[in-house]
Every structure is written in structure tokens, then in C-alpha cells.
Design a protein around this ligand. Structure first.
Ligand code: S3P
Length: 180
């Protein structure tokens, strides 16, 4: 007999760089017994280039086009979807996210995030130092967007990954019970 799936749900993780979308997403996918789709990895595979290469050679707008296209392709699949930190910037993406709940925001302060990703050469938007300042500027613009898309907000900075995972799983149980 086929093994019964735990929940029929495709959670989407959003949040700033370093909030743990990929690593929490990996654990969540394992617990839900569904695949993880990491949007950045999906874009990199499709483009055949790293993210810094895409930014350098084609510019950020081209990356954002790829990101929107990737989002359209993956939303709705039976998977945990870990988005890139800027995926909520375009209005069309936010509209898409709202059509594919539940969206979970891993909320964390720029200071907490900077300590985790300082000097990461794979993240063009925080290259060349002043990481806290850059993250503060991003947070100012993006927090309202994350909030407007989120069905659930996890205070990532105050919790260890294990707690974050448990909190998301409890939310999903409630979510599924409400017949979503
Ligand atoms: C970006 C975040 C990155 C990646 C790209 C741009 C952003 O993803 O998509 O470097 O605009 O915040 P992570 O949030 O997974 O680091």
C-alpha cells in the first residue's frame, strides 16, 4: 500500500538572505516527504551560470526576469519552495505568491543575518562589505512586502532551526485543518 503523505501542502519560504530559507526548507521537505525546490538553484541550473555571473554579465534586471519566470514555473508544484530574498520585489511575483499559499516569512534582523552571511561571495547584493548597512536598507524596503505576502511569520532570529521547523509544522497542521 502506498505510504500516506503527511500533509497535502506546498509551503513557500520567503525572507532576507541568510534567514535559512534553503536549510529550513530542506528539513521541512524531509519532514513533509516532498521535494525541496530552491529557486536560486533552479535559476542557476537553467542559466548554466552562477548568480554572481548572471549579475555581472547580464545585470540584476535579467536575474529578476529569470526569477519571475522560475517562480511561475515552480509555484503550485507539490514541493517546499525556498525563494531568493528578492523574489517579493516585483508586484507580479507578490500576486503569484498570494495565489499559492501558504507563504511563510522567516523574519530576522539585519544584524542577525549579517553575522551569518558576511563576506559571502555568492551574494552580489552584499559583496564588498558594509553588510549590516546593506541588509538594513533591504529590510526597510522589503519587510512590508514579506509581510503582505505572508500567511505565517516565524521570528527566525529568536529561534534555533529546530524550533523554527517545529513552529512551521504546527502552523501547517492548523492550515491544513482549515481545509486549504
Ligand atoms: C537576493 C538573494 C539571493 C539571490 C540573489 C539576490 C536578494 O538569494 O536570489 O543573490 O535580492 O536578496 P538568498 O536569499 O537565498 O540568498
Amino acid at each position: 500500500m502506498a505510504k500516506k503523505k503527511r500533509y497535502q501542502v506546498s509551503p513557500v519560504l520567503v525572507g532576507l538572505m541568510g534567514s535559512g530559507k534553503s536549510s529550513v526548507g530542506r528539513r521541512l521537505a524531509k519532514r513533509l516527504e516532498i521535494p525541496l525546490i530552491d529557486l536560486d538553484e533552479y535559476i542557476v541550473e537553467k542559466a548554466g551560470k552562477t548568480i554572481p555571473q548572471i549579475f555581472d554579465e547580464q545585470g540584476e534586471e535579467a536575474f529578476r526576469d529569470m526569477e519571475s519566470e522560475a517562480l511561475r514555473e515552480v509555484l503550485g508544484k507539490p514541493a517546499v519552495i525556498a525563494t531568493g530574498g528578492g523574489a517579493i520585489m516585483r508586484e507580479e511575483n507578490r500576486a503569484l505568491l498570494k495565489e499559492h499559499p501558504p507563504v511563510i516569512w522567516l523574519k530576522a534582523s539585519p544584524e542577525f543575518l549579517a553575522s551569518r552571511i558576511d563576506g559571502d561571495s555568492n551574494r552580489p547584493l552584499i559583496a564588498e562589505g558594509e553588510t549590516v548597512k546593506k541588509l538594513q536598507a533591504l529590510a526597510e524596503v522589503r519587510y512590508p512586502f514579506y509581510e503582505s505576502c505572508a500567511d505565517y511569520i516565524v521570528p527566525r532570529g529568536e529561534m534555533k532551526k529546530r524550533k523554527v521547523l517545529e513552529s512551521i509544522l504546527r502552523f501547517l497542521k492548523r492550515w491544513v485543518r482549515k481545509d486549504h
